[in-house]
Design a protein around this ligand. Structure first.
Ligand code: GTP
Ligand code: MG
Length: 202
């Protein structure tokens, strides 16, 4: 797909409000501040795309961006959780799990983790749900520009080892929206997931 042609499609507060479950989509998940919106904006070359999806004053679970009539990216808002009542957090968590389990068009998950603190409890939960659903998870160690090359590579190696403890389909790379590190690798993963190869074997 041509990521530069991405357009905002819709927000959904619940799985039942998602667009029709056809074609293919890839969701960007991660803790609040991990760099999801920045990654989508830099991938699409549209500095304000992901931000425009946020309805002020109202928390939305899923934000959909169309790449074509059959291909979508999804921004799953981060879980800062700071001022949110527990009942609301629990409802979000249930919807997120439901989305990951039930969404037929979801081809894979991009899990963004700040390279300075990867594998927090939220991340482990996403990895668990991903592997339980047989869903590939590609992890981005974001803000890689915040570490020097040596420490960044060491963190990457450790993360690779950790990824290997999960069933197949888990991968990891360095990423920086600021320095455009790892963009080509990310595009390679997205292209593979968003393209229907199964049709070749029908
Ligand atoms: P929520 O929407 O709250 O879930 O956060 P988010 O995951 O969408 O994070 P966002 O893209 O808004 O980025 C959070 C902060 O990190 C912002 O201040 C960004 O400028 C900064 N940031 C994002 N990517 C990078 C990066 O590659 N390098 C550096 N140094 N900062 C970054
Ligand atoms: Mg965001």
């Amino acid at each position: 797909p041509d990521y530069r042609k991405a357009t905002f499609l819709q927000s959904a507060g619940k799985v039942s409000q998602c667009p029709t479950d056809t074609g293919w989509e890839v969701a960007f998940a991660g803790r609040s501040n991990a760099g999801k919106s920045s990654a989508i904006n830099s991938l699409t070359g549209q500095p304000k795309l992901a931000r425009t999806s946020k309805t002020p004053g109202r928390t939305q679970l899923l934000n959909f961006f169309a790449l074509s009539d059959r291909q979508r990216l999804v921004d799953l808002p981060g879980y800062g959780f700071a001022r949110v009542p527990k009942a609301v957090k629990d409802a979000w968590t249930r919807q997120l799990e439901k989305y990951l389990q039930e969404r037929q068009s979801l081809r894979g998950l991009i899990l963004l983790m700040d390279i300075r603190r990867p594998f927090q409890p939220f991340d482990l939960q996403m990895l668990e749900w991903g592997s339980a659903a047989g869903m590939p998870v590609h992890m981005l160690l974001t803000k890689a520009d915040k570490l020097k090359r040596g420490p960044a590579e060491a963190t990457l190696l450790q993360a690779r080892k950790r990824a290997e403890t999960y069933p197949e389909g888990m991968s990891v790379q360095l990423f920086s929206s600021l320095k455009h590190t790892g963009h080509k690798t990310l595009v390679g993963v997205l292209d593979a997931w968003l393209t229907d190869t199964s049709v070749l074997y029908d």
